[in-house]
Design a protein around this ligand. Structure first.
Ligand code: TXA
Ligand code: MG
Length: 328
């Protein structure tokens, strides 16, 4: 109740979702939404996702929900899917970054659900919440990640942080633009193209990554999700060679290098911190941001990651790693 009231008073609240933690504000208060942009250091015009308790609650923001969006909602809500639809003029102007469309998502996390329901019971409609990180940095998947970012500031912009444990999915929601004649994947998440096409009965257009000319979706900027370490993606063979070469160098006073690979090269070098990447894409998605946060905390300045397989279920993980690598 305290969190819902804080939102109603125009304050910011960090909340857990099944994908990543969000930095929430009342989507209907422009002033509160502006505070999100300031807290994140996010350029104006980059729209926020509005979280709603149910498909019915989406009606407050959407001008219309086309059939393809309805099918997606029916199949995946509550869950890790954001749909972009035409916005009802006059609502959530700042949350939508001034665009005539709006991103809507109904999260399944019980704490997010309970917050949304309580918020509705005191007259709220939706919670605008981008991932609770500074612009361009790693998304948080635990309350501690959020606290590290914001509680360290002299004046924390957050009224409170709700702790709902580690986020289950671990990477941000799949975003599908349903505001055009055909569905377009704007950001891959944990859902596969096959699952999405099965739900809509239509082919899914996959937008090529990183249109720098289209800053509508910061999650789609080429360089994003940056850890402090410089990330390089390599196939297993190249990774072995690189680790082998380094291991033979005298290790004193060396830069710390992190290695995250399914096929973990053997090394005794003390300056190499190796961590096995699980074989399953969902497990990697779940731990990915926490692993990157951990490498940063260990003072790793170079991070060598084995390129994930070129298979549909790895799309979301590969996307995040490629963008992290592009940030270096
Ligand atoms: O999993 C998630 O989606 C998390 C949790 C907290 O729900 N949120 C999240 O928000 O990742 P954020 O702001 O970090 O990323 C939202 C993405 C951005 O790339 C944004 O530009 C895009 O959604 N987006 C939101 N509204 C949009 C719109 N009207 N048109 C195009 N893209 C939109
Ligand atoms: Mg984000």
């Amino acid at each position: 109740m305290q969190a819902a009231q804080a939102l109603k008073q125009g304050q910011l609240v960090a909340l857990p979702t099944e994908t990543v933690y969000g930095l929430g504000a009342d989507a209907d208060q422009d002033h509160a939404c502006k505070a999100i942009y300031t807290a994140k250091g996010r350029p104006a015009g980059h729209p926020l996702i509005v979280h709603v308790s149910s498909p019915a609650a989406a009606q407050h923001y959407a001008q219309s929900i086309p059939e393809c969006a309805q099918k997606l909602i029916h199949t995946f809500w509550p869950g890790p899917l954001t749909i972009i639809v035409k916005r009802l003029p006059g609502v959530a102007q700042t949350a939508a970054g001034g665009h005539d469309t709006i991103g809507l998502r109904c999260p399944s996390h019980p704490v997010a659900q309970s917050l949304l329901h309580t918020f509705e019971s005191i007259g709220g409609h939706g919670i605008a919440a981008p991932s609770a990180n500074r612009f361009g940095r790693l998304s948080p998947t635990t309350a501690a990640h959020v606290a590290q970012t914001f509680d360290e500031l002299e004046h924390s912009p957050l009224a409170l942080i709700l702790d709902g444990g580690p986020s289950e999915v671990g990477i941000e929601s799949t975003i599908i633009d349903c505001s055009r004649d055909y569905p377009v994947l704007l950001r891959p998440g944990i859902l596969t193209q096959a699952q999405i096409e099965k739900a809509t009965g239509m082919p899914l257009l996959i937008k090529p990554t990183a249109s720098e000319d289209n800053p509508k979706a910061p999650g789609t900027l080429k360089a994003h999700y940056a850890p402090k370490a410089k990330v390089r993606l390599m196939d297993a063979q190249n990774l072995k060679v690189a680790v082998g070469m380094l291991s033979s160098v005298n290790a004193s006073n060396q830069t710390r290098i992190g290695v995250y690979a399914r096929d973990l090269p053997q090394t005794k070098a003390k300056h190499i911190i190796a961590r096995k990447m699980p074989a399953n894409a969902k497990t990697v998605a779940h731990e990915l941001f926490a692993v990157l946060h951990d490498f940063d905390a260990q003072g790793v300045s170079l991070l060598w990651v084995e390129t994930p397989p070129d298979e549909p279920e790895w799309l979301g993980v590969r996307d995040r790693l490629e963008r992290a690598a592009a940030s270096g």
